[in-house]
Design a protein around this ligand. Structure first.
Ligand code: HEM
Ligand SMILES: Nc1nc2c(c(=O)[nH]1)N[C@H]1C(S)=C(S)[C@@H](COP(=O)(O)O)O[C@H]1N2
Ligand SMILES: [Mo]
Length: 561
């Protein structure tokens, strides 16, 4: 209840103090209106959150009430005389460009209008990433960060209006394409074998050949980017650890490599959207990228233990106060997420600040030069290009922690109360068929393979992966050649991964005489807690298609003979 209250009140504060109070101040002609209100409200919240929950709630109620009064009070300055509003002046694009990152006053454009957002920047809820847009248009960024596409945000921007772009600089009323800064300019070239869903930002599946190997080759490891690949380098990259009392400690990559023991962990990462396409096909439409079975890959990750770094930064990793509950991670391009503190400091949790994949520096798409690796947890928490860690009572405030990567009941529509479901962390047991292959005793290679399995007739070789969250081992994989009427146990391959628990997938295979093969092959796995996968999709449906893990079915047609 208190938690609910906290969230509700926080929302009131955001809405009213941030927007309302700020807007009122701005209409009085206050010089530092919005960012001021924003930062004050955010600081109050942050500090109060570490006192006690009830104190926080009262502080929040008070602030919310003040804000409510403010927003509902008659606005004394509502009728600002026309002469007080800034002149509508014509501004050349070349002049806008001079007000970039290094300029004293920073401008942006939206459509054909120009804004001086200098005062807004320090309080921007999305942080410093806003600087990417200054000196040019925000339009292309806002179409990536769609959280801006609403009246409240347009109103904030309008309060910084200073003039219009000179029509001579526009083509069809728009800023010409060559003057738009390309957010994706730093994205790398990618392997052609990846199955691409979107390229800007890049979202691409591991092809079948990658799903067949225990360790996925780096260049065909699936890619899931919400935005662009930020430009970072090993020599410049820094990571800041912020302790609960606000104290900060900074590390360069060299500091990490020189001063901490390096560790290697074999871990599978699975996107919570893996197999979403299966849910859409077998139940109904889901919102999100339609991943098939390739939103999952495995690597040998090398890095330093997060636990060791937190201890070095002064955090008592074995005996910390109950109020510290989450480790938040920020990525250099603005992505963010958090994990429970217990996982972050668990001796056997193997959470790493990783700088290598399969013995090579992380590729740009996978977080170069540094990413978090949270084994056994949904991949959305393994933040790439990580540059800040905050230990806090609260989860990350990012939309990927608060308003996405959560599951709801099959009946819940597309506009849920996000605060009512927990953020996905450990993931459920999963398995999929990645290949069906006909074997014939007439082929010499097949004949040898068949003999290994005690068979001499035409057969089908079935292969795939199985995996469970939390380091839970796979203990059994059940397979069926007749759509689940009769079952057999697949052979589990005994690949050895590194790490304290079973963080990597278990590959399996099965060879079955073709005579027994019906229309559908099916697989389901069982983990060491005897968790297993749901048989149907309807009962497990959620509108975002997260954590699709129902029995995987693949159609089969015998070859024409
Ligand atoms: C130029 C004027 C801008 C204004 C007035 C503005 C305003 C805002 C506001 C009000 C929010 C909070 C929205 C909410 O939570 O409901 C927000 C969030 C955010 N903004 Fe901006 N923004 C601007 C530019 C940008 C640009 C150019 C970028 C990226 C290049 C950006 C990135 C973000 C991100 C990543 C978040 C949200 C992060 C999260 O949910 O954790 N913003 N912005
Ligand atoms: N900084 C950052 N970290 C991120 C993401 C991102 O977009 N930006 N995507 C997350 C999601 S949803 C997934 S599934 C994994 C994908 O990691 P990969 O691209 O290395 O496979 O990264 C996670 N970490
Ligand atoms: Mo993901």
């Amino acid at each position: 209840m208190k938690q609910r209250l906290h969230v509700v009140v926080t929302t009131i504060i955001r809405r009213n103090v941030y927007y309302g109070a700020a807007r009122n101040l701005s209409s009085c002609g206050h010089p530092k209106p919005l960012s001021h209100a924003y930062s004050t409200a955010r600081k109050t919240l942050r500090t109060s959150s570490l006192v006690t929950k009830s104190a926080c709630a009262s502080a929040a109620i008070l602030a919310g009430t003040i804000a409510f009064c403010l927003i509902n009070a008659p606005i004394a300055h509502a009728e600002v005389p026309i002469s007080h509003t800034p002149e509508r002046r014509k501004i050349r694009l070349a002049e806008v460009q001079k007000h970039g990152r290094d300029a004293e006053t920073k401008w942006v454009t939206r459509g054909a209008r120009v804004y001086d957002i200098t005062d807004w920047i320090p309080g921007h809820p999305g942080g410093e990433v806003i600087l990417r847009a200054v000196g040019g248009p925000v339009d292309q960024y806002w179409s990536i960060f769609t959280v801006h596409m609403k009246q409240e945000v347009y109103d904030i921007l309008e309060s910084y209006y200073i003039g219009d772009i000179d029509p001579g600089d526009l083509v069809d009323g728009q800023v010409p394409v060559e003057d738009l800064h390309d957010p994706f300019e730093n994205d790398p070239r990618r392997d052609k074998r990846l199955h691409v869903h979107t390229s800007r930002p890049c979202n691409a599946e591991t092809p079948t050949e990658g799903l067949g190997a225990f360790v996925t080759p780096n260049d065909i490891f699936y890619v899931r980017n919400h935005m662009w690949v930020p430009s970072t380098s090993e020599s410049d990259h820094k990571i800041v650890v912020e302790l609960p009392d606000g104290e900060e400690k900074e590390y360069s990559l060299k500091d990490l490599k020189d001063n901490f023991e390096s560790t290697t962990v074999t871990a599978t990462l699975q996107c919570s959207g893996n197999r979403r396409k299966n849910m859409t096909r077998e139940s109904r439409s889901t919102k999100g990228l339609q991943w098939n079975v390739g939103g999952i890959s495995t690597s040998e990750w090398t890095g330093v233990r997060l636990r060791d770094v937190l201890a070095d930064a002064g955090f008592p990793v074995d005996e910390y106060p109950d109020e510290v509950r989450h480790a938040q991670f920020m990525g250099a391009e603005a992505y963010g997420a958090s994990i429970p503190i217990d996982k972050a400091v668990d001796r056997r949790g193997d959470v790493l600040l990783a700088y290598e994949m399969n013995g090579k520096p992380l590729p740009p798409d996978h977080g170069y030069p540094l990413r978090v690796l949270v084994p056994g947890t949904v991949a959305a928490r393994s933040v790439k290009w990580v540059n800040r860690i905050v230990l806090s009572e609260d989860e990350s405030s990012s939309e990927w922690q608060q308003r996405d990567y959560k599951c709801f009941g099959p009946n819940v529509g597309g506009n849920p109360d996000w605060s009512t479901a927990p953020a996905i962390q450990e993931i459920p047991v999963q398995s999929a068929i990645t290949s069906l292959r006909d074997l014939s005793p007439h082929s010499q290679a097949d004949r040898q393979y068949l003999r290994l399995h005690g068979l001499e007739e035409d057969s089908v070789a079935v292969e795939g992966y199985s995996f469970s969250g939390g380091g839970r081992r796979i203990v059994r994989v059940d397979v069926s050649a007749d759509n689940g009427r009769t079952w057999h146990q697949a052979e589990l391959l005994s690949d050895k991964g590194k790490g304290a628990k079973a963080w990597a997938w278990t590959r399996w295979r099965w060879v079955v005489p073709r005579q027994q093969a019906g229309r559908w092959f099916v697989v389901k796995a069982v983990d060491e807690a005897y968790n297993t996968q749901p048989s149907d999709y309807d009962s497990n449906y959620n509108f975002r298609g997260h954590l699709t893990s129902s029995w995987h079915r693949v159609g089969y047609r015998p070859p024409d003979v």
